[in-house]
Design a protein around this ligand. Structure first.
Ligand SMILES: [Zn+2]
Length: 138
């Protein structure tokens, strides 16, 4: 299988439990998942940068029959949400640890701190996020 270099570096990073993005040499914006060009200012030169993985969850979309991802079928409690890393980049991700039961309460507390979970499956490492401990929520 031939994969683009930028994608390869990203997945190699995940296997080492590291998050790599591309930082724009012109405006400093970060592309994650990484792309070669900057989507913020359009500049063509970006460079690798390691991201902390720490950030905040801004929304909770429960997995339902309509949006269930077959890739996630073995996961018990997951949802989707908008993640913003402390480096300023925003993207949609799969979030662990949110149940139908606690989702309403958690929504009222957004944004909530999250951290990355590196999930090994079939020789690949997939990136998920999980809520940090939230007081009063099981
Ligand atoms: Zn830029």
């Amino acid at each position: 299988m031939k994969i683009e270099k930028v994608v390869e570096k990203f997945y190699d990073g995940l296997a080492e439990h590291k998050l790599y993005g591309r930082k724009c040499k012109e405006c400093g914006a970060i592309e994650f998942p990484p792309k070669y060009a900057c989507n913020t200012c359009g500049y063509h030169e970006t460079e690798w940068t390691e991201l902390s993985g720490k950030g905040k969850l801004h929304s909770i979309i429960l997995a339902s029959t309509l949006n269930k991802d077959p890739w996630n079928s073995e996961l018990k409690n997951y949802s989707y949400g908008l993640v913003e890393l402390e480096e300023g980049v925003k993207f949609n991700a799969t979030i662990l640890g949110i149940r139908r039961k606690n989702a309403k309460k958690l929504r009222e507390m957004l944004p909530l701190p999250i951290h990355p979970v590196f999930y090994e499956k079939e020789g690949f490492t997939t990136l998920f996020f999980e809520l940090d401990e939230v007081e009063g929520i099981e």
